[in-house]
Design a protein around this ligand. Structure first.
Ligand SMILES: Cc1cc2nc3c(=O)[nH]c(=O)nc-3n(C[C@H](O)[C@H](O)[C@H](O)COP(=O)(O)O)c2cc1C
Length: 416
């Protein structure tokens, strides 16, 4: 449904920054036109039957008199099918601390009950004055939303502010914004300028609808998101989400361990850029590299420790797995034990539960490894990451890896 923009604006002489200047277009009209370009809307100018005087002082005198006598100057035009509009952007200049009286006439001429009103005002210092109070008195059953007040002489430089306000009125959800601010304190996405509609949809989904669907904690969510982003090769988003993860107490050691372990599941060909991105981020935070050592095994005991890790994670049936299978593939099983489990899983920095969680994320996000995914789902469940927890994790990763890979993983979880 289209919105309606209704405004009154007085062109000709006006008071700007202490001087009287001739305006070709009224200040309020400039904003009304900008809003009109931003959203699907019809625009309507309130035109008084008798125009206000061209000269500033004559105009202020008449306006004052109209206010004092509570005049209702006639408006010459009417809005067709007013009842069809739900959302109305109402713009006016501040005249003697309230709305010009022709706007009062306008407000009394239509039924505003239940309508959503977004007021905007231009002024030279008094903001809305008492106009919101008057508005509430004149149309008591309308929903009057947060307004926008702009200095008249700044209307040409206020595009961003207007865009943001219009974005908010169009569904930029408060909760999504709050969460975004928690992840990236003080940062405004550039996409709000270039792709306001898209980013609003995305943020509302990712940072309100999903976040508030369950109680998965921020720390775990961000570990999973980093691992999923490596799994799906989302390097630019990974760089952005490292900052958020850091805000939610994912430590530098944990970030590094996620990347290192990913190498066993994605190969260095796919992990290399993530390693560099993580290093760049940590250095930008003043953290010196290398980080402290986390290895718990050495060349001599990695096979034995890896074997033990497999037993601890998958169960006693895994004992001696590295010696099993046909001779021609045994060396690969051996490497799985001494390298993947002996070198990576045994490291400090992440416990088995979190290591299995990130493996679940690597496998889910890269797709096409459902066989391995299913056995790691079993391992996750053994370690306490039960089915409902894994479903929660998958739900939170949908915006980052999309629906199809999520649904494939979901099937594996449900079958487990
Ligand atoms: C009759 C009149 C009364 C005004 N009274 C106020 C006022 O009380 N407070 C204020 O900040 N600006 C006041 N102004 C300045 C206007 O609000 C400001 O210039 C506004 O941007 C004009 O918008 P327009 O060009 O769309 O008419 C007044 C201007 C006029 C013409």
């Amino acid at each position: 449904m289209k919105s309606l923009i209704v405004y009154f604006s007085h062109r000709h002489e006006n008071y700007v920054n202490g001087n009287i200047v001739e305006l070709e277009k009224g200040n309020t009209q400039v904003i009304a036109n900008q809003i009109h370009e931003m959203i699907e809307s019809n625009i309507f100018e309130i035109e008084p039957l008798h125009e206000y005087p061209v000269h500033y002082h004559d105009c202020t005198e008449l306006a004052k008199k109209e206010l004092e006598t509570q005049a209702r100057p006639k408006v010459k035009n009417i809005i067709p099918h007013f009842e069809h509009y739900q959302k109305i952007y109402l713009g006016f200049p501040n005249w003697w601390s309230t709305m010009p009286m022709c706007v009062w006439t306008f407000l009394e001429s239509y039924d505003f009950d239940g309508k959503d009103i977004y007021p905007f005002v231009t002024h030279e210092g008094s903001g809305f004055g008492k106009s919101i109070q008057d508005l509430k008195m004149l149309i008591p059953y309308a929903n009057i939303h947060q307004g926008l007040a702009i200095y008249g002489h700044q209307v040409q430089d206020s595009f961003k502010q207007i865009q943001k306000w219009v974005g908010d009125s169009n569904g930029n959800n408060k909760k999504a914004k709050q969460y975004h601010n928690k992840m990236f304190p003080g940062y405004e996405s550039k996409l709000l300028e270039t792709d306001p509609e898209f980013i609003t949809l995305f943020d509302n989904f990712a940072f309100d609808e999903i976040i508030n669907h369950d109680d998965l904690d921020d720390y775990t969510r961000h570990i999973a998101i980093l691992a999923m982003l490596i799994g799906c090769q989302g390097i630019d988003e990974y760089k952005a989400m490292l900052k958020a993860a850091y805000q939610f107490q994912v430590t530098p050691v944990e970030m590094k361990e996620i990347v290192y372990q990913a190498t066993a599941y994605l190969g260095i060909g796919r992990v290399f850029p993530f390693l560099h991105a993580t290093n760049e981020f940590l250095v930008s935070q003043g953290i010196s590299l290398p980080l402290e050592k986390q290895a718990q095994t050495n060349r001599e005991n990695r096979l034995e420790k890896g074997n033990q890790a497999q037993i601890d994670i998958f169960g006693p049936a895994m004992d001696g797995y590295y010696k099993s299978g046909e001779a021609e593939i045994q060396h690969i099983r051996y490497w799985l034990t001494d390298h993947c489990f002996g070198d990576y899983y045994t490291r400090n920095g992440l416990d088995y539960r979190h290591r299995e969680l990130i493996t679940f994320c690597f496998l889910t996000a890269q797709g096409g490894c459902e066989a391995q995914l299913s056995s790691h789902i079993q391992a996750n469940i053994r370690l306490g990451n039960d089915k409902s927890f894994l479903i929660q994790v998958l739900s939170h990763c949908i915006p980052f890896i999309g629906f199809p890979r999520t649904l494939n993983a979901l099937k594996c979880v449900q079958k487990a």
